[in-house]
Every structure is written in C-alpha cells, then in structure tokens.
Write a protein that binds this ligand. Structure first.
Ligand SMILES: [Zn+2]
Length: 345
C-alpha cells in the first residue's frame, strides 16, 4: 500500500515548505487516480498553505519515530528531555502505543502534525490494525498538537472531561507563541484538535489488551488523565511524572503532591511524560516528588515571612539547577504558580 504525500509551503513565507502525509493507505492505482482530488480537498481544509506537488510513497520511505517495547503490546517513543526549541522541534514528550489483537490505541500525539505522522509511520511499520483511539494525557502542545493526524487516520480522540475547555482557553495563545519557539516550518499543517469525548473513568479493550483510563484531580494541569495496563502493571502517567526535564506546574502543587503520595501497589512500572522510560514505581517518581515538595516548602516559608512573590521566585537551589533541564526558565514560573496557589491556604 502507498500513502499520499503533499509538498506544502506557507503562503505567507513561500520558502518554508514541508512534506505532509495523509494517513490513508491506498493501492497504487487508487493513489494515482485520486491524488489530485484528495490533495485539493485536504488543502481546501487547511488555509494558509500552498501546494507544490504530490506523490504516492511507501511508508518505509517516510520519516518514522523509534518505538521501544516496554511490555507485551506496549511501546514508547522517547522524547528529548529539553524545553521546546528550533532544534528539537518540540519533540520532547514521551509517546505511547498499545497494539492489541483487534485495534491500536495511541497515547499522546506529539508536538506537531509532522511528529504525529512519524509516529503513524512507526505504528504502521508494526501493524495494519485500525487505530481506534488517541488518548491525550493532558492539554499541553508537546503532547496534543499532533492529534488532528490521528483523527484523520480514523481514531476517536479521548481525554479528561476538562481537556476540551483547557485546550480551547489556551489555543489562541499557543498558536501565537509556539511557532516562534519551535519554528514556523515545524508546524506546517498543524492545527489544534479538540477531543471527541471526555472520559472520567473508562476501559478500552483492544482485543487481548485492556487499558484503564482515569481522569485525575487537578495536579500538573486540571485535565490530567492516566492510562493503566493492568496485565503488565504499567502506568502511562503523562506529565504527572517528569525526569531530567524540570516539572512544570500548570495546575495545583498540593494536588500534584497528593497524587504522588497515593499508594499504588498495583503498579510495577511507569512511563513518565518526559525522560527515560519505563521506570520503577515509586522510585521513578521520586525526583518529581522531591522537587515539588521543596517548591511548596520554600513558597510556604516565603509567604509566612511576608516576602512578596517577586522575591520568592528568585530563590533557587543550585543542586536542582544542575540536575534539571529547563530549570532557569521553568522554576520561576513554577514558583509564581505555587505562590498564587499557596497564599490562600
Ligand atoms: Zn505537560
């Protein structure tokens, strides 16, 4: 089977171009016969782009992410543990794939249409089963911006009940700031997709492989959702656990610490949102817990001493700065978020 590949450029920046893959397998004859009409239909739905050609290509010729098996039927793509920039193109989050006997589920979509396409190519190198669901662990762009590609591939997009509102509230600001961070070319063809369905607690049976979905109380964000594979004791934590890259607080530091302190004897390993995976539980979550505990302690001390937020956020720990990627940028933001939360305690 072949896939249709479009060469597209930004209308506003004609020198910035990229290949985009349409995630529908086609026979060689169908690809040739339908290419023009399919390209025109896709383009009509994606304003701001110009078409500079199209071709039919086998997936093996296209960029693919690397998938590592972490349990029977479960695979992880390891993101680069750094803040998004023009070198890593925002591809910093760990992404998951679950392949059952009947269907496939994807856990997080990556930072762009381009990253999602490369994840799709990696999945199709292993299996032709239908991609039934894309599960988003939370709203942040590095996890969610590739979602539209999987909808096009036929997946239902699932997330926590508050995910849609979280994305809607921030979509405009993200589309203003994110292209400058990762480069306009990295986002060609990327558009924000809202989930089809909110799930508080749910089960997804892929045929011999069952995933349990749980929307969590406000912690990293107010729309965190975890994915558990009971057969292997594997929990995809999303950004409830970070390693190497500093945790970013966009929800509640007390809620996050509550989540980390909860005993979970059913867990054998976790796949965190960032950094090496899999990791043992609870050891793998310890750096996140240590950082957030100290953050909360420091901010409570500052508030008790009557120090203003502007002063509290300047307080840093050299050992944290040495240990965590992104500390200089993310720590002051975390401190101000924690201050705003804890001053009302
Ligand atoms: Zn996040």
């Amino acid at each position: 089977m072949l896939h249709l590949v479009l060469t597209l450029c930004l209308a506003a920046e004609p020198g910035t171009c990229a290949d985009r893959l349409l995630p529908t397998p086609l026979t060689p004859a169908a690809c040739t016969a339908e290419a023009g009409a399919r390209a025109a239909a896709w383009l009509a739905d994606h304003p701001g782009l110009t078409l500079h050609g199209h071709r039919c290509a086998p997936l093996a010729d296209l960029p693919a992410l690397t998938l590592t098996r972490v349990a029977p039927g479960l695979f992880v793509h390891h993101g680069i543990a750094a803040l998004p920039d023009q070198k890593n193109l925002g591809r910093i989050a760990n992404l998951g794939v679950a392949i059952g006997q009947d269907a496939i589920a994807v856990i997080d979509a990556g930072a762009s249409r381009a990253e999602a396409e490369a994840l799709y190519a990696a999945i199709r190198a292993r299996s032709d089963l239908p991609i039934r669901a894309l599960i988003l662990t939370h709203m942040h762009p590095d996890h969610s911006f590739g979602a539209d590609l999987f909808r096009e591939a036929g997946a239902e997009i699932l997330g926590a009940p508050k995910l849609a509102a979280g994305i809607e509230a921030r979509a405009e600001a993200w589309m203003d700031s994110y292209p400058a961070q990762v480069g306009h070319g990295a986002l060609i063809g990327t558009r924000i997709a809202l989930p089809d369905r909110g799930v508080a607690i749910g089960t997804l049976d892929l045929g011999g492989l069952v995933l349990d979905l749980t929307a969590e109380p406000t912690a990293h964000t107010d729309n965190d959702l975890t994915v558990f594979h009971a057969a292997s004791g594997t929990l995809f934590t999303g950004d409830l656990v970070f390693n190497d890259l500093l945790p970013t607080l966009d929800g509640s530091v007390t809620g996050w610490l509550d989540w980390l302190d909860h005993p979970r004897p059913e867990l054998r390993q976790i796949v965190p949102g960032h950094g090496p995976a899999p990791l043992p539980w609870p050891e793998g979550a310890k750096p996140t817990r240590t950082y957030l505990t100290r953050l909360a302690d420091d901010i409570r001390t500052a508030i008790a001493a009557g120090r203003p937020m502007s002063e509290a956020i300047r307080h840093t720990h050299p050992e944290d700065a040495a240990r965590w990627q992104g500390y200089a940028i993310s720590h002051p933001r975390n401190a101000s978020a924690a201050y705003a939360e804890l001053e009302w305690e």
